[in-house]
Design a protein around this ligand. Structure first.
Ligand code: AHR
Length: 495
């Protein structure tokens, strides 16, 4: 039996959790939009063609912000193609994923969907094939009330009120050679700075995210951030981070340890932001937007027929093991709540998605849906400094990996312990947190078969149970955690 201890105190905080760390992402890619959120022929579609069943699942996840329309897609996208009468919209060759984009759904439709889903839009501008001019006209179209060319065009298109989009991405993964319009750090830093200036001139209330590195493995990681921030530090508010984890080797111990890399990534980028801030002698702080993160490898190497509309693409089917990594990624984001203010699970539907659908048919929750929903529901308020005392192991790529990965949060009424047992044995856990009185519930996601998945045939094969055994014993919360399990222990506090 493994042994671990947690100590936390409600007075000692890492920082306030920005609810936007429970954001997600919908790209015009595969069946995310067409056949995902939008399926006009579906019996459950609303009068504008959006699926009500999918909407309910999105609401269950309580996603406060959704990044749109890409991803790699945005770097070749003309936003004007997606507005105005649908029958006049062009069918375009979409070069990032080599599909045909029908443009049936564009920004006004997506803004409508987001409103129904109780979420905000995080809009990306194209800094690949386009630039400063298209960026400023898009902000005007979205956010200006009326009385100008693009705001009146929006009203003519039936969207009387401005969309008031606050958070904007200055392009996507511009460091990647695969990106349409790929740039050097200097080229990107300049265009990001100039686009930011005109976008803010149209609407001074917007917040801007500059592109950081696409992964820690990029050869330019580090030098990219330093150069980009040097160019546009005063013009932007956040820098982005993207990271996906894989397990082709079927090496569970190493797979579960990969969040150590995520932790270093966040600390490294935070240090780079502060180094440039110090160099510029400014009080302004740049925060982090981890706007693409997930497990993604099951569909690596798939061949997709080019020039189809909404092909089946990147439809990873997630296992219990993947859900444990997603849980650990959420814990890692919470450990950095003081600097990570936005994060987007990539993605929301069908494409490496938490929710799956059959076009015209069923929808269901993937395994990774659950840790995300738990954190989004119970991980609001403040992240607490969490002292973890755990035995460790060495894996193929990492040393001194704690068997227990954990974070404690509090919201004034409740304390939540998020705890991942990375070990293949049960774990005896003791949590000492001053002021907690009772266990409200102990949720567990676990399965005898770590490769178990949900599917249309068996949508509830993997579901969390509320039958964890946490209990208070003389002011200490004690539990035995199952091997390879995700645990959410909700505790009542004395005031
Ligand atoms: O989320 C899928 C893709 O991953 C995005 O389009 C891109 O930004 C990243 O490489």
């Amino acid at each position: 039996m493994l042994k671990a201890k947690i100590k936390a105190d409600r007075d000692y905080k890492i920082g306030e959790i920005d609810k936007r760390i429970y954001g997600s992402f919908i790209e015009h890619l595969g069946r995310a939009v067409y056949g995902g959120i939008y399926d006009p022929g579906h019996p459950l579609a609303d009068e504008r063609g959006f699926r009500r069943d999918v909407m309910e699942l999105v609401k269950e996840m309580d996603v406060p912000i959704v990044r749109y329309p890409g991803g790699n897609f945005v770097s070749g996208y003309n936003w004007e193609d997606g507005v105005g009468p649908v029958e006049e919209r062009p069918r375009r060759l979409e070069l990032a994923w080599r599909a045909v984009e029908s443009n049936e759904v564009g920004l006004n439709e997506f803004a409508y969907w987001a409103k129904q889903a109780n979420t905000d839009v995080m809009m990306a501008v194209n800094l690949g094939t386009r630039g400063v001019d298209a960026a400023r006209s898009l902000v005007e179209y979205c956010n200006q009330k009326s009385g100008s060319y693009y705001s009146d065009l929006r009203r003519k298109h039936g969207a009387e009120e401005p969309h008031k989009i606050k958070t904007w991405c200055l392009g996507n993964e511009m460091d990647g050679p695969w990106q349409i319009g790929h740039k050097t750090a200097e080229e990107y830093g300049r265009i990001a700075c100039e686009a930011a200036k005109v976008m803010r001139a149209v609407d001074p209330d917007i917040e801007l995210v500059a592109c950081g590195s696409s992964t820690t493995e990029m050869p330019t990681f580090g030098s990219w951030e330093l150069e980009v921030l040097d160019q546009c530090y005063e013009q932007v508010d956040y820098i982005s981070l993207h990271r996906y984890y894989k397990n082709h080797e079927k090496d569970t111990a190493n797979f579960l340890a990969q969040t150590i890399d995520m932790d270093h990534f966040i600390s490294g980028v935070t240090a780079m932001c502060d180094a440039i801030g110090a160099k510029k002698k400014t009080k302004k702080k740049i925060n982090l937007s981890f706007d693409e993160w997930n497990v993604w490898y099951h569909t690596d190497g798939e061949q997709v027929e080019p020039w189809e509309t909404a092909p089946k693409q990147l439809e990873d089917i997630y296992t219990v093991e993947d859900a444990l990594v997603v849980g650990s990624m959420l814990i890692t984001l919470l450990k950095h709540a003081d600097r990570v203010k936005i994060a987007c699970l990539a993605q929301l539907i069908n494409v490496i998605g938490a929710i799956m659908t059959e076009t015209g048919g069923l929808s269901w929750r993937q395994t990774i849906f659950y840790p995300f929903m738990h954190a989004s529901k119970y991980g609001r308020g403040n992240a607490l400094i969490t002292k973890v005392d755990s035995e460790t192991y060495d894996s193929r790529e990492f040393t001194d990996v704690p068997y227990l990965d954990a974070i404690v949060t509090e919201n004034g009424k409740e304390v939540t312990v998020f705890a991942l047992n990375r070990g293949e044995e049960e774990m005896d856990l003791e949590c000492t947190i001053a002021g907690v009185t009772d266990v409200i519930e102990h949720l567990v996601l676990w399965d005898e078969d770590r490769y178990a998945v949900n599917s249309a045939a068996e949508p509830n094969r993997v579901v969390p149970s509320g039958d964890g055994n946490a209990q208070m014993d003389q002011g200490v919360c004690k539990a035995v955690l199952k091997p390879l399990s995700w645990n959410v222990i909700r505790l009542k506090t004395e005031n």
